[in-house]
Design a protein around this ligand. Structure first.
Ligand code: NOJ
Length: 547
């Protein structure tokens, strides 16, 4: 593992309440997760990202917090959480948690106090307007589910601001006391031993909201301050943020202009995500090549987090309307599969028609592209979605461990589960589950283990540069390379269905001892000027290993 652990990490994200239920109450819990750490270690995961674990009324699946210093009693206790950190560390797995401080729940005691009186010490912790703001109906994140961003509160006799649902009032980051409190929250969890945070809604945290100004100024200095704080208090802890913003403003999230990274360590690569999904839909790598070319150079020590699916809808808002339509036609043909006029609420396996070859191709591609790969729980066994659930809950169904009742997730009566387990059909737990795939060396799970272990032997993928190899490749084929201090890897991925041949003869002189380390099939001897590649095929070739 290199100096910067996050560059060579494999991140696995999960909802504790949907992962494993240890006490049979129908809700997944921390003890259940501890019992599955060996599974994650064997898979090759090095970092677990937990969606919010704090007490919450659950209006937004935990992203509406009532106590930032606690653990939701449904999931366990603070003691259980400390045990989790210990057990995870024993297995070489780090834990990062969601930091959801753009807003609180409206049931948070701070908001209850703030609304009760203009003299409350917490009044200024939120964003208020005495008069109706003209931008009341602008800037909504959940169109269709959200009607406004300013809501009148009768108790407060004022309007409060909320980027997200109305039960999520925004904290006022212009108030130094709010900033200090956030730093205290961060320090608290670092003290317990987390390895960092996934910062929810980063662009909104640094926004200095002004009523009536849909383009309020941003204060990036808070990110600089937070980073310094994390470095002092957390040793090698990291900040990984969600910031789905215009490409030209991305670099400011990593560092001040021209400097080395002194703000966030990692950002989710939303740009590449949209382009990757478009490329899969078109069976054409061009959008990926565009993304590799058009993304700004990052300051030293900063890193992308690469993903195909996360816990939200696939956000296609960075694509043009025509490109979005192309993706919808392929992957979200029914209205019910789409969400917020910009996304798709499906898992990848059903999106790709359950086609095992195409799934391997998609994940081999994701894991070999620049950045640190992030995998969503259940994707390693090819879980599906439940479109009978509302909104994003379609892709938040319980983990499918076995063919036992409730998919082995819980021993509670089915009606008591946090959400129904997917049952029956191609993606039901009876067919798609960990136990069955564990027994089958040809399963998707076994493939994931192999692929991730291979990746671990190729640190240049995470730590090195990632470039498109500009050769006249057949349509559908992406050739790219990763060069780093540890050596060079070359990758071929065929997004199309035709068997093809690729000429990488120009690379032969660079190859010391070329070895094929991963491929979809046995391709025989390596001849760089005529590399065969099957439909949806992929080949990972080690070109050179540094001495
Ligand atoms: C982004 C999270 O990913 C999403 O799930 C949540 O609803 C919003 N932020 C609000 O916290």
């Amino acid at each position: 593992m290199g100096e910067r652990w996050y560059s060579e990490a494999v991140v696995y994200c999960l909802d504790v309440d949907s992962f494993a239920d240890s006490d049979g109450d129908g809700v997944g819990d921390i003890r259940g997760l501890i019992g599955r750490l060996d599974y994650l270690a064997r898979l090759g995961v090095t970092c677990v990202w937990l969606h919010p674990i704090h007490p919450s009324p659950g209006g937004d699946d935990g992203y509406d917090v009532t106590d930032f210093y606690g653990v939701d009693p449904r999931l366990g206790s603070l003691g259980d959480f400390a045990e989790l950190l210990h057990e995870a560390r024993n297995r070489g797995i780090r834990v990062i948690i969601d930091l959801v401080v753009n807003h609180t729940s409206d049931e948070h005691p701070w908001f209850q106090s703030a609304r009760s009186s203009p003299d409350s010490p917490y009044r200024d912790w939120y964003v208020w307007s005495e008069t109706e703001p003209p931008d009341r109906h602008q800037g909504m994140v959940f169109p269709g589910e959200q009607r406004e961003t300013w809501t009148y509160d009768r108790t407060a006799k004022a309007w409060y601001y909320h980027r997200f649902y109305k039960f999520q009032p925004d904290l006022n980051f212009a108030n130094p006391r709010v900033r200090e409190e956030v730093k205290k929250i961060v320090a608290f969890w670092l003290q317990l031993g987390v390895s960092g945070f996934r910062i929810d809604a980063a662009p909104f945290i640094i926004e200095l909201t002004e009523p009536g100004n849909a383009n309020s100024p941003k204060d990036f200095e808070f990110l600089t301050d937070l980073r310094a704080h994390v470095q002092w208090r957390g040793d090698d802890a990291i900040l990984l943020a969600e910031a789905n913003v215009e490409p030209d403003s991305l670099v400011a999230y990593f560092s001040d202009a021209g400097g080395s990274a002194n703000r966030l360590h990692m950002l989710f690569d939303f740009m590449l995500n949209g382009k990757l999904v478009l490329a899969l839909a078109r069976q054409d790598p061009e959008p990926i090549i565009d993304a590799l070319r058009d993304t700004p150079m990052l300051p030293a020590d900063s890193q992308w987090a690469t993903f195909i699916r996360n816990h939200d809808e696939i956000d296609l808002s960075r694509l043009t309307a025509e490109q979005r339509e192309e993706v919808y036609q392929q992957f979200g043909p029914d209205e019910n599969m789409r969400l917020y006029d910009r996304g798709i609420r499906r898992r990848l396996a059903p999106m790709l028609g359950g086609d095992r070859r195409r799934l391997e191709l998609a994940y081999a591609l994701q894991f070999s592209l620049r950045g640190t790969p992030v995998l969503r729980y259940g994707d390693e066994i090819g879980m599906g979605e439940d479109l009978a659930q509302t909104g994003r809950y379609a892709i938040r169904t319980p983990m499918q461990w076995s063919s036992a009742p409730n998919g082995g997730f819980s021993s509670a009566p089915a009606g008591q589960l946090v959400r129904p387990v997917i049952s029956g059909g191609e993606f039901g737990y009876e067919k798609v589950n960990v136990t069955a795939q564990r027994r089958d060396p040809a399963s998707l799970l076994a493939w994931f283990e192999r692929m991730i272990h291979t990746l671990r032997e190729a640190p240049e993928v995470g730590s090195g540069g990632c470039t498109h190899i500009d050769v006249p490749a057949p349509p559908g084929v992406l050739a790219h390379r990763a060069d780093g201090p540890s050596g060079t890897m070359v990758f071929l991925h065929n997004l199309g269905t035709d068997d093809v041949e690729v000429d990488l003869g120009a690379l032969a002189k660079e190859a010391d001892l070329p070895v094929e380390v991963l491929a979809d099939q046995e391709y025989g001897e390596l001849t760089f000027d005529a590399l065969a590649l099957g439909g949806y095929g992929y080949r990972w070739i080690r070109l050179r290993r540094a001495a």
